[in-house]
Design a protein around this ligand. Structure first.
Ligand SMILES: [Fe+2]
Ligand SMILES: [Fe+2]
Length: 476
């Protein structure tokens, strides 16, 4: 049976006629199929013909335009890349004369053309490979509803182009974002990709692609059953969640100094932190805890998001690219100071050097307070708890709470300590009045080079090369 079979060059099956009915009326249309690949064109022709439609074919946009002058059509289905006149130019010509529905057959390699085609008014996009059913749905939408195939839900996570394309095969459906909150599916799970094409997009300025939130959870290995149950029961306070996401977005875009940093690494980390906060706050307890942190002191939320951002950039520099590890780094950094929400503002709002011995003691309880808070949240990985517990341990073994040896400190805790001290300096707070990144690196080099793990400090420094070269060699 041909219906439902994926259409791909050389894949032809026995013809089965499938008729389309709408309100008891059979819909037949005159359809122009435009594709330069003869075999593929033949497969689409057979498939559309099997739906009962009348089909005419053309080998490129120029021939299609000639056909459109002479004959009347109800829908055009066109490939994008063709010699003489491509699908985007054909669409432009069609739109200059009217609103004839146009369906474009797209591929992962045609992201930029697809975005252009959407702005020019293409009605539907069908990612290759597709089935007769996909074709039928797209044709019917054009004929019956005259709508455009965009998804306007908010159910997507943004990721940097490089971030999830780690192999040759796409593991999830991929979407591209259009204006507003509209997305088009651009590639199916399982499709092969070319790294050259990815590089080409980067050169053209394309930075982000989108995954459905559920796919993002799977991608980062985030256990989500309980979160889903909470959402289904409506436990999540949507207003609180949206407020927190909006605030996180503002922090990521406006409040973290990054002058001179590797822009690509920064953008990638920005998107990942945003997506992490998004899925994390589907857990009602995690949402409450982050919201309480933000309400306790605004600069603490800025600090936590900043540490998450810089920790991810350091991790990327170190080659820690496994999505599950990136999620743990982002989460560990977001929660590292969560215990501070139980420490009085009368201590936190003053610089450390002004604290009494008693106040220092209270402050130093925040790692263990943090662990107690996280014990109440069911989706926190063990590595994240270790980060919270150990982020003030140091390489000289005189950190707190336990003064453990360097070799016994969790690597993620050592990494996050570097981002923590750095962000403490670049974000305006009670002690530092927003140093520049270069000044902050110099300060770490002079005052904390022995306490912090040198390889993570070096990775942080390298994020600012070559624009602002800062060498650690003198101090190390
Ligand atoms: Fe801390
Ligand atoms: Fe901190």
């Amino acid at each position: 049976m041909f219906d439902g079979v994926k259409i791909w060059p050389l894949l032809l099956g026995a013809k089965t006629v499938t008729l389309v009915w709408e309100n008891g009326r059979r819909i037949l249309a005159r359809i122009l199929i435009v594709d330069d690949d003869e075999i593929f064109r033949g497969a689409v022709e057979m498939s559309v013909g099997s739906l009962g439609h009348e089909v005419t074919t053309a080998a490129n946009g120029r021939i299609a335009l000639d056909a459109l002058q002479r004959l009347k059509f109800d829908v055009v289905i066109s490939d994008i890349r063709m010699p003489e006149m491509d699908g985007v130019e054909l669409l432009k010509q069609i739109r200059s004369q009217g609103q004839l529905p146009v369906i474009l057959m797209t591929g992962f390699s045609e992201i930029i053309e697809t975005q252009a085609a959407h702005s020019l008014g293409a009605n539907e996009f069908i990612p290759k490979p597709f089935s007769t059913e996909d074709l039928s749905t797209a044709i019917n939408r054009c004929l019956v509803f005259n709508t455009r195939s965009v998804d306007e839900s908010e159910d997507f996570c943004k990721l940097a182009l490089n971030d999830f394309v780690t192999g040759r095969t796409i593991k999830f459906n991929i979407f591209v974002r259009l204006t507003g909150n509209k997305h088009i599916k651009l590639a199916h799970k399982g499709e092969d990709i070319s790294m050259e094409r990815i590089r080409f997009y980067r050169e053209k300025g394309l930075r982000f692609l989108y995954l459905r939130r559920e796919d993002f959870r799977q991608y980062v290995g985030f256990s989500a059953q309980l979160n889903q149950a909470a959402r289904a029961k409506g436990i999540i306070n949507t207003e609180k969640k949206l407020g927190l996401l909006r605030h996180t977005g503002e922090i990521l875009n406006e409040q973290i100094r990054h002058d001179g940093v590797d822009e690509e690494a920064f953008e990638s980390a920005q998107a990942f932190v945003g997506a992490t906060v998004d899925i994390l706050t589907d857990n009602p307890r995690a949402l409450d805890v982050l919201d309480a942190l933000r309400n306790h002191a605004d600069y603490m939320m800025v600090h936590s998001v900043g540490v998450s951002l810089y920790s991810l950039m350091i991790a990327q520099r170190m080659g820690w690219n496994l999505p599950t590890n990136r999620l743990k780094v982002a989460m560990g950094a977001l929660f590292h100071d969560v215990g501070l929400k139980e420490v009085s503002r009368s201590i936190l709002d003053r610089p450390r050097y002004a604290w009494s011995r008693e106040e220092v003691k209270v402050y130093e309880t925040h790692p263990s307070r943090g662990i107690a808070i996280l014990n109440d949240i069911d989706c926190i990985p063990e590595d994240v708890r270790e980060v919270v517990k150990q982020h003030h341990e140091n390489c000289l073994s005189h950190g707190y709470p336990a003064g453990i040896r360097k070799s016994n400190i969790h690597p993620m805790a050592k990494l996050i300590s570097v981002a923590d001290e750095f962000c403490y300096r670049i974000i305006k707070g009670p002690e530092f009045k927003d140093l520049t990144p270069v000044e902050a690196l110099q300060d770490l080099k002079v005052n904390l080079a022995e306490q912090l793990d040198k390889k993570f400090l070096e990775a942080l420094t390298l994020l600012f090369r070559p624009a602002t070269p800062v060498s650690l060699s003198k101090a190390t």
